[in-house]
Ligand binder design. Structure first.
Ligand SMILES: NC(=O)c1ccc[n+]([C@@H]2O[C@H](COP(=O)([O-])OP(=O)(O)OC[C@H]3O[C@@H](n4cnc5c(N)ncnc54)[C@H](OP(=O)(O)O)[C@@H]3O)[C@@H](O)[C@H]2O)c1
Length: 261
């Protein structure tokens, strides 16, 4: 059982389990990335959050700092660095990791979460720029942030790649998304084998339909109420991070429990 602390503003405080760890989350200004950032903030992590939309990122930073202020004892409040970064751009990723190195701490947790979908279009209708943008974000971006992170990670670190169930199965009309996520799974599985001897865990996170803004592009009329919440995905990520050092969840597949989504 986790230790209970004295109460602050009436809320029962739990000893955070990842206190002082440094976690970087890409695409953390909304959706699943922000939900993971919230969950890690409550576990006492120092956070680096990224995304392209600077206003949304600044709002997320304020929210995460408030969450820690309200829910964690003062001595456990952690640092939240919000830096805009486009994962498709080597320069942008380089700059982000210059700031990470400036924190003078090893990176304990990397959550590769930034990703985009595209409108439902058959292959013959799919514009090349759309194909390129999706592959660039979901696959090339994953490569760029991972390579940069490896230079600042040590034994005991964990990399979580947010893929999708589309990494293993396909959805008609989503060729670029399916291809990017299948490629990302191949990358993730290779990375895991390379990092196993170095004691860095690599987790393929494969959620099914989760209620976020990505559906505005993928399928605007999708039945959101049947989907999982981003918070449920985030809770699962934290559980995997808390497994004993000699144990890893290599692949996490999550599906809504009702219906076919
Ligand atoms: N929702 C689902 O049903 C579902 C299921 C399985 C897997 N996933 C995966 O979960 C991840 C998060 O998606 P979500 O559902 O939370 O969607 P979302 O709400 O649209 O969030 C996507 C995030 O990625 C960021 N992003 C997009 N392009 C980027 C770029 N070039 N550089 C940096 N950041 C970028 C966005 O911020 P900016 O736009 O500000 O850059 C945003 O923070 C994606 O990889 C997605 O494929 C989602």
């Amino acid at each position: 059982m986790p230790k209970r602390r004295a109460t602050l503003r009436g809320a029962a405080l739990r000893e955070p389990t990842l206190s002082g760890r440094l976690a970087l989350i890409t695409g953390a200004n909304r959706g699943i990335g922000l939900a993971i950032a919230r969950a890690l903030a409550l576990e006492g992590c120092n956070l680096v959050i990224t995304g392209r939309d600077e206003r949304a990122l600044a709002k997320a930073r304020i929210e995460l700092e408030k969450l820690q202020r309200e829910r964690l004892p003062a001595k456990l409040h952690a640092h939240v660095l919000a830096q805009s970064c486009d994962v498709r751009s080597p320069d942008s990723v380089d700059y982000l990791f210059t700031l990470v190195r400036g924190l003078r701490k090893p990176l304990d947790i990397l959550i590769n979460n930034a990703g985009i979908g595209h409108p439902n279009l058959a292959v013959g209708e799919l514009p090349y720029p759309t194909w390129m943008e999706v592959i660039d974000t979901n696959l090339n971006g994953l490569f760029l942030t991972t390579v940069a992170a490896l230079a600042v990670m040590k034994r005991g670190g964990t990399i979580v790649n947010n893929l999708s169930i589309a990494a293993e199965r396909v959805f008609a009309g989503s060729a670029a998304y399916n291809a990017s996520k299948h490629g990302a799974l191949g990358f993730t599985d290779t990375l895991r084998e390379e990092l196993r001897p170095k004691g860095i865990r690599v987790i393929a996170l494969m959620p099914g339909a989760t209620d976020t803004a990505i559906w505005n592009t993928l399928w605007p009329k999708a039945p959101r109420r049947k989907m999982m919440s981003a918070e449920a995905v985030a809770r699962t990520v934290v559980s995997a991070l808390l497994l004993p050092d000699n144990t890893t969840a290599e692949k996490i597949v999550l599906r809504p429990s009702i219906g076919t989504l």
